[in-house]
Design a protein around this ligand. Sequence first.
Ligand code: S6P
Ligand code: ZN
Length: 192
Amino acid sequence: MREKPFAYSLPLGAGKPSVWDNHIMRRLSSMKGQYLDQMVYETMLSSEDTLLYEVYEIKRPEAAGELLQGISIIHPGKVGDEYFMTKGHFHQVLDTGEVYYCLSGQGMIVMETPEGEAEVLEFRPGQVVYVLPRWAHRTVNTSLADDLVFYFAYPANAGHDYGTIEQKGFRKLVVERDGRPTVIDNPRWKQA
Ligand code: S6P
Ligand code: ZN
């Protein structure tokens, strides 16, 4: 691990950072139960375990005061009417925020609190979204042609709670309606 201040570059546009330590790949099979149209999901999965998104992470100690950084790349595509998207999570240490900076593509960030507030923000190159502490977050690629590429930074001791979203889903979904990304209430959202 790097022990002195360091610099690296992020391409403005699609591409990887100049340094990274972990390359995480998430495929369709890791999204079980998350897409509304489960029949289409199962059919797609039976023919191919498609790569949905990739994360290039720069490793830091998981200690308070450190920041974890990297870039995520969400590939274009849909499952039924829903666009390719990240699993989404709360941070395990709920009181930790996150900064997202869009480098390329177009998307939306779906967020919600445990108390039921919800917010969906558009995400375009050059835009920063600040995810407040306590807000779960999922990123959606609303282009069917291009990757959505963004930089992130968050406290290295935050950890991830994926289970809550896996069980309940997000309250809001982003679907294609008349060729346009549209935010709808999740009809399958479950109260705890
Ligand atoms: C981590 C941060 C991002 C996501 C990445 C993939 O706190 O929010 O690095 O990890 O965009 O999303 P997910 O929901 O699969 O971790
Ligand atoms: Zn996060």
